[in-house]
Structures are given as structure tokens and as C-alpha cells.
Design a protein around this ligand. Structure first.
Ligand SMILES: CC(C)(COP(=O)(O)OP(=O)(O)OC[C@H]1O[C@@H](n2cnc3c(N)ncnc32)[C@H](O)[C@@H]1OP(=O)(O)O)[C@@H](O)C(=O)NCCC(=O)NCCS
Length: 152
């Protein structure tokens, strides 16, 4: 990678680039509500939304929040989402993004930072492990909904 990684606050002009990275990661068009979700975060939680630039190009993003009460979990920091352009991986971009959120979490006096990931996604598990994240006491329970029987 040629240039330095620069982390800065996300603004509305970055939304298109963030969605393009998301599409590159998932390989499918972004879900319709994604754009309004990011805009909501930008207005209610501007300090938690960061992007990483290399040579003036947005190559990664992170959204961190402060949440509590839901699920009986005490107030703590959350990494809602992190994503890096596949062409810029393993160069420290995501680590730099999450490190840059630390002042935001400290400013909010939270005792810990949590995130939720797919346990089967080895890359994500390794990434968060390398940053010091460990498996939490909280687990997700799930029950599939049977298909509804149609009358007649
Ligand atoms: C996980 C992800 C954010 C990592 O981004 P990245 O910029 O490549 O990560 P970094 O370069 O900062 O990695 C830091 C360390 O994490 C570990 N790591 C990162 N990606 C890894 C992978 N795919 N496999 C194993 N270890 C990995 C390594 O220890 C790495 O250090 P090293 O390269 O010196 O060995 C990126 O792969 C991504 O965007 N994945 C999809 C994201 C996603 O699904 N988001 C939704 C859930 S929040």
C-alpha cells in the first residue's frame, strides 16, 4: 500500500463510499434501509462514525455506539459494524479504525466494548481476538418461526 492510513470522522458525503465498500464485501446490492441507518448514526452519534482514507480514497469504516439496558446488558461501548475494502485488507486499516474509537468510548466512561459477529467467520474472529476481544458471557438465542399455515 502506497499511502498512509488517515482516520477521520465520517460525513454525509462518505455514505456512498461506505455503501460501495459494503457491496464489495457482501457481493450484493446494499439493503434499502442501510443508507438511512448510516444517516441516523451520523446525526445522533457523529463521534462514533469514522472512515479510513488511503491516498484520499475511503477504504474502510466503523460505527461505534454507546448502548445499555437492552437485553439487561449494562451501558457499554459497541462496535456496530466495521468494514474494509477487500483490496486494502491486512494492512492495519480496521485496527486503526477501532483504535481511533477508543477516545470516544473512554469519553463515555464505559467499562468495556462489545460486538457481535458470526462465530463461523474465522477472519472476523481472528481479527477481534488480535485486538484483545474475548468471548462474552452473553449469548444469542434463536428460534426459527415455522411457516404460517394459510387458511383454506
Ligand atoms: C475483519 C476486517 C474488518 C479486518 O480488516 P483489516 O483491515 O484487513 O484488518 P487489519 O489489517 O487491521 O488486521 C489486524 C489483525 O487482525 C488479524 N486479522 C485480520 N483479518 C484476518 C483474517 N482474515 N484472518 C486472520 N486474521 C486476521 C491479524 O492478526 C491482523 O494483523 P496482521 O495482518 O499483522 O497479521 C475485514 O476483513 C472485513 O472488512 N471483513 C468483513 C467485515 C464484516 O463482515 N463486517 C460485518 C461484521 S462487524
Amino acid at each position: 500500500m502506497e499511502g498512509e492510513i488517515r482516520i477521520r470522522r465520517m460525513n454525509v458525503n462518505d455514505v456512498e463510499s461506505v455503501l460501495a465498500i459494503d457491496e464489495k464485501i457482501t457481493g450484493r446490492p446494499h439493503e434499502a434501509q442501510w443508507e438511512s441507518k448510516i444517516l441516523e448514526h451520523l446525526s445522533s452519534n457523529p463521534l462514533g462514525c469514522l472512515v479510513a482514507e488511503v491516498d484520499g480514497r475511503v477504504v474502510g469504516f466503523v460505527i461505534g455506539t454507546i448502548r445499555g439496558w437492552e437485553f439487561g446488558i449494562p451501558k457499554c461501548g459497541w462496535i456496530e459494524i466495521v468494514g474494509v475494502d477487500p483490496d486494502y485488507r491486512r494492512k492495519g486499516v480496521a485496527r486503526a479504525l477501532i483504535d481511533a474509537l477508543e477516545p470516544f468510548f473512554r469519553m463515555n466512561s464505559v467499562p468495556s466494548v462489545k460486538t457481535m459477529i458470526d462465530w463461523n467467520d474465522g477472519g472476523l474472529v481472528s481479527f477481534f481476538s488480535s485486538l484483545g476481544f474475548k468471548r462474552s458471557e452473553y449469548i444469542i438465542l434463536e428460534k426459527p418461526l415455522e411457516e404460517e399455515e394459510k387458511p383454506g
